[in-house]
Design a protein around this ligand. Structure first.
Ligand code: HEM
Length: 580
C-alpha cells in the first residue's frame, strides 16, 4: 500500500498550517464593509440612530455608495444590507452561516422564558418549534385558515364596522387577533373587545420590548443579569418578573382551556394548532416535552399574526385615503367579479388585479418590519472581498430595498399602478408580497401565505362594502390626511413593527396621531369623525355608494344562527365563534 513518507508528510502538514495562517491573516487583512467613522474603543456606537434606523441606513448607504455596511457598537459587530440581491446572496445562498439570532439576555435569561421561536438561536431547539409550526400551518393547509378568516371578517370585522366605523382600528385588531386565537387554540372569541386578544396583545408588546436592543443594558452587558434585585438600577429585574408572570399566563391558560375542550367530557375542540399537534404526538414516549413545545409554539403565533397583519391593513386604509381614484378602481373590479348579491369569497381573489397591486404597494410603501428581524452569523465569512466576522448581527433593511428609487420611482408615494401593466400585474419588478417583506432564508416568515391571504380577503371584503374617506371638517370640506409612519429602530421599544399613524392638520383627528395609536391614553381621545364612512353618510364621502346593500347577504351567510351577528346591547359577552 502506498504510504506517504515522513518527509512528505511533514511538508504537507506545514503547507496546511501555512494555508490556515495565511487564510486567517488574509481575513484579518481584508477590509470590513464600508461604514461610518470608527472611533477608538467606542467604534461607531454614537453613529447608531435612536430613531429612524431604516431611513438613516438607507441614506448612509447612498452617502457611502454601498449597499452593504458595517458598524460596531459596544463591541457588537453589525452588518446592514440595503439590497435584495445581497440579502439573497448571504441570507439565502449562505443560509447555513446566517440563520441564527442575536442573544437577547433580558428575554431569555432574566425573564427566563425563551418561548418565542422567532428569537431562538439557530439549532435543533429552534428547528423543532419551527417544524411543529409548519406541519400545521403549511401552505397545503391554507384553506383551514382561509375558512376561519372569512368567518372573522364577515361576522367580526364587517359587522362591527357597520355598527361603529369610527372604531375601525379596534375592530381590525379584535378580528385579526381573534383569528389568531381561533386558528391556534380553537377558543371562542368575542365579537368586540375580546379579553384574551387584549391580554395577548399587551403581553406580546411587553415581552417584545424586553428584546429591543438598547432598552435594557443587560442585553448589551449580559453579566448584569447577576446583579441582585435590591441593587440600585436593577429595576429591570422587577420588569422581568412581571413579564414572566404574564408570559406564563399566556403560555398556559389558553392552552389548558383547549386541552379541557379536547377532553372527552367536554366534547371535541374545533380544528386548531393545539388540538392537531397534540393529537399527532399523543402516542410519543416524550409526550410531555412535545406538549411543552406545542404551547410554546402557540404562544408565538398570536404575536406573529396580529401586529403585522393589523399594521398592513391599517396601511392599506391609509393608502386608500391617499388614492381615492385607485379605491374606485378596486371597487369597480370587486363589483364586476363579486357582484352585489353575495360576499367576497376566496375564489374571487385571483381575479382582482387592482386589489393585488394595492396590496403589493401597501407592503412596499410601509414595510411592517422595516429592518427585518435580525439574523446573526454563526461563522466568519468573506463577501465581495469584505470580511464579515462571526457573531455579527445582520439587518436586512427591507425599507431601503423597497424604497430604492431606481426600482420604485417616487418611493414615498402610494402608487399601486407601478405594479400594473394593461390592467395586469407586471412581472419585471421585485414583488413585495414575495421578496424582502417576509424576510430571507431559513428564518423567512413561515406564515407569509396566511398573511397574504388574510390581507387580500379583508381588503376585498372591506372595499366591497365600504368607502374609505377622510372626515369632514366644520367647513364641510374633507380634512387633509398627511401620512406618516411611526419609525422603528433597532433601539426603539418596538423592535420591528411600525404601527400606522396618520398626521392631520386638525386637532380633532388627533386620535390618529402616532401617540394616539401607541399610548394607553388613546381610548380616552374622542374619535369625532368617521374615517371609514358608509355611503349612507354621503356627506362624508361625497360619492354615495350602496354600502349596506350586502348586509342581507352578510347576515344570511351566517352558518350557525344563535351566534351574534347584529349589534345589540351586551354583545361583548357573546362569543363570536363557537366550535366550527
Ligand atoms: C404582513 C404580515 C407579516 C409580515 C410582514 C411578517 C414578516 C416577518 C418577518 C420579516 C420575519 C423574520 C424573517 C427573517 O428573519 O428573515 C417573520 C418571522 C416569523 N413570522 Fe411573520 N410576518 C407576517 C405575518 C405572519 C403570520 C400571519 C404568521 C403566522 C401565521 C407569522 C409567523 C412568523 C413566525 C413564526 C416567524 C419566526 C420565524 C423564525 O424565526 O424561524 N408571520 N415574519
Amino acid at each position: 500500500m502506498p504510504f506517504i513518507s515522513l518527509r512528505d508528510g511533514l511538508i504537507l502538514s506545514l503547507c496546511v498550517i501555512v494555508h490556515f495562517i495565511y487564510r486567517n491573516r488574509k481575513r484579518r487583512l481584508l477590509p470590513l464593509p464600508p461604514g461610518p467613522l470608527q472611533w477608538p474603543i467606542v467604534k461607531s456606537t454614537f453613529s447608531i440612530p435612536l430613531t429612524n434606523a431604516h431611513e438613516y441606513y438607507k441614506e448612509l448607504g447612498a452617502k457611502l455608495g454601498s449597499k452593504i455596511m458595517y458598524l460596531e457598537a459596544l463591541g457588537q459587530p453589525m452588518l446592514i444590507i440595503n439590497d435584495i440581491n445581497i440579502a439573497q446572496d448571504l441570507l439565502e445562498k449562505r443560509s447555513a452561516l446566517y440563520s441564527s439570532r442575536p442573544a437577547v439576555t433580558m428575554l431569555t435569561e432574566v425573564v427566563g422564558l425563551p418561548i418565542y421561536f422567532a428569537f431562538m438561536p439557530y439549532g435543533n431547539y429552534w428547528r423543532t418549534h419551527r417544524r411543529m409550526f409548519q406541519q400545521h400551518f403549511a401552505e397545503k393547509h391554507i384553506s383551514r385558515s382561509q375558512e376561519r378568516a372569512i368567518q372573522f371578517i364577515r361576522k367580526g370585522l364587517l359587522v362591527n364596522l357597520l355598527d361603529s366605523p369610527n372604531e375601525f382600528d379596534e375592530h381590525i385588531r379584535n378580528s385579526i387577533g381573534g383569528l389568531a386565537i381561533s386558528i391556534t387554540y380553537g377558543l371562542p372569541v368575542q365579537r368586540k373587545h375580546d379579553p384574551l386578544v387584549r391580554f395577548a396583545e399587551e403581553t406580546f408588546a411587553e415581552s417584545n420590548a424586553t428584546a429591543a436592543p438598547g432598552k435594557y443594558l443587560v442585553n448589551v452587558v449580559p453579566s448584569l443579569k447577576h446583579v441582585p434585585e435590591w441593587m440600585p438600577g436593577a429595576h429591570f429585574k422587577q420588569v422581568a418578573k412581571d413579564v414572566r408572570a404574564s408570559l406564563i399566563k399566556l403560555r398556559d391558560e389558553p392552552f389548558n382551556a383547549t386541552v379541557k375542550m379536547m377532553s372527552k367530557e367536554q366534547g371535541t375542540a374545533p380544528m386548531c394548532f393545539i388540538a392537531e399537534t397534540l393529537e399527532r404526538h399523543r402516542q410519543d414516549s416524550e409526550y410531555e416535552t412535545q406538549a411543552l413545545y406545542t404551547k410554546q409554539t402557540a404562544a408565538m403565533v398570536f404575536g406573529a399574526v396580529s401586529e403585522t397583519t393589523v399594521t398592513s391593513l391599517n396601511t392599506l386604509i391609509l393608502g386608500m385615503l391617499e388614492r381615492p381614484d385607485m379605491m374606485r378602481k378596486v371597487q369597480k373590479e370587486v363589483d364586476e367579479v363579486v357582484g352585489l348579491g353575495r360576499l367576497v369569497e376566496v375564489s374571487d381573489i385571483p381575479h382582482l388585479h387592482y386589489l393585488s397591486a394595492v396590496v403589493k404597494e401597501t407592503l412596499r410603501w410601509n414595510p411592517v418590519a422595516p429592518m427585518g428581524v435580525p439574523h446573526y452569523t454563526s461563522e466568519e465569512d468573506v463577501y465581495m472581498g469584505y470580511y464579515i466576522p462571526k457573531g455579527c448581527t445582520v439587518f436586512a433593511n427591507t425599507y431601503a430595498m423597497l424604497h430604492d428609487d431606481e426600482v420604485f420611482p417616487e418611493p414615498h408615494k402610494f402608487k399601486p399602478e407601478r405594479f400594473l401593466k394593461d390592467g395586469y400585474i407586471r412581472d419585471d419588478l421585485p414583488d413585495p408580497e414575495v421578496v424582502a417583506t417576509f424576510g430571507f432564508g431559513r428564518r423567512i416568515c413561515p406564515g407569509a401565505h396566511i398573511a397574504r391571504s388574510t390581507i387580500h380577503l379583508a381588503a376585498a371584503s372591506l372595499l366591497h362594502l365600504f368607502d374609505i374617506a377622510p372626515p369632514v371638517g366644520e367647513d364641510g370640506r374633507p380634512i387633509e390626511v398627511i401620512p406618516r409612519f411611526k419609525q422603528a429602530s433597532i433601539i426603539a421599544e418596538q423592535l420591528f413593527l411600525i404601527p400606522i399613524a396618520l398626521y392631520v392638520h386638525r386637532e380633532r383627528m388627533d386620535f390618529l396621531l402616532e401617540d394616539g395609536i401607541a399610548s394607553p391614553g388613546r381610548s380616552q381621545i374622542k374619535r369625532s369623525d368617521q374615517l371609514i364612512a358608509t355611503a349612507t353618510d354621503s356627506k362624508l364621502t361625497g360619492n354615495a355608494r350602496p354600502s349596506r346593500r350586502s348586509l342581507d347577504a352578510l347576515l344570511s351567510s351566517s352558518p350557525s344562527p344563535g351566534t351574534m351577528y347584529v349589534n345589540t346591547a351586551g354583545e361583548a359577552e357573546t362569543p363570536l365563534f363557537t366550535a366550527i
